[in-house]
Ligand binder design. Sequence first.
Ligand SMILES: [Mg+2]
Length: 380
Amino acid sequence: MSVVKPLKKLVSCVILDLDGTLINTDGIVTDILKVFLVNYGKQWDGREAHKIVGKTPVEAAAMVVEDYDIPVTKEEFLSQITPMFSERWSNIKALPGANRLINHFKSHGVLMALASNSPKSNIETKISYHKGWKDSFSAIVGGDEVTAGKPNPEIFLEAAKRLGVHPFSCLVIEDSLPGVTAGKAAEMEVVAVPSLPKQSHLCSSADEVINSLLDLHPEKWGLPAFQDWVEGTLPIDTWHIGGPVTRGFGRGSKVLGIPTANLSTEGYSDVLSEHPSGVYFGWAALSTRGIYKMVMSIGWNPYFNNTEKTIEPWLLHEFTEDFYGEELHLVIVGYIRPEANFPSLESLIAKIHEDRRIAEKALELPIYSKHKGDPYLYNL
Ligand SMILES: [Mg+2]
């Protein structure tokens, strides 16, 4: 007898968190705390990041004040640090896939609300820097408009009320544990998209955990599917990265039989932190050799203590010699899949070869082949 999985509940509306879900707030929090704590002779070591994500500003302030033993009240701390954040709001980037998601639901008439633990005026200021966002949300609920912030469900229930829908009709998209907890307490369907690396286990109560907004499949929830996937690939805004080819850890050719041309991430950690881990593809240029198709992974490397990502491009060409030190430029044009765990080395190798086939074929499509003319590939 086959086991029939229960169908996921179908929804008609989406309630989105803001910080860490649609915009890349975490980097700014770290930048500011690093600078701020120096004033008190303390050094930010990142240990708070997991604790404060998704918390209300007052809760986050209380934790930092206590853990770093700062001789001010949480209220004083907040009043000192808030202006430093306000200055940066105009520069918080949308996370990959955020604009795509908002435009998609808006164009299909799917009602959307924003529900954030931040005060409403802060939310409105932050989204004002993102074209078209404010008009896309039929309701915006701030932490100062409810008696208790997430993980209390009140903020999501209020959002559903303002949308004029039953909580059962809502899909919540959240990056943090307090947000996931609040969404489930509100009896809503919840997709977790953790903003901090290796936090998937924290979101086990979510109905689904995805790696980034690029991996959201709205049709699973009865919402209109994205139509922009092409032959197993998702076109993305192109981005560039380059430098001399370095020796990697030897895993590529020795363990997998797949020779990757590793790039040093030195000087590129900001660029890489903007892009979700996963498998991408595009075009690669070597200074003395030419231009090649390329498939690559971006991922977390234990050697770098979870704070640095590595990038491992595989140039799809049979080279007869190594080219360490040679200048390599990459233009990344599309996305294939998130990073995944595999039960065996064989299954990992099989998947990488499947990625290769998908990339090789896709790069023949005009939408991707046109980027072979990108000036970055000729500027070596
Ligand atoms: Mg958040």
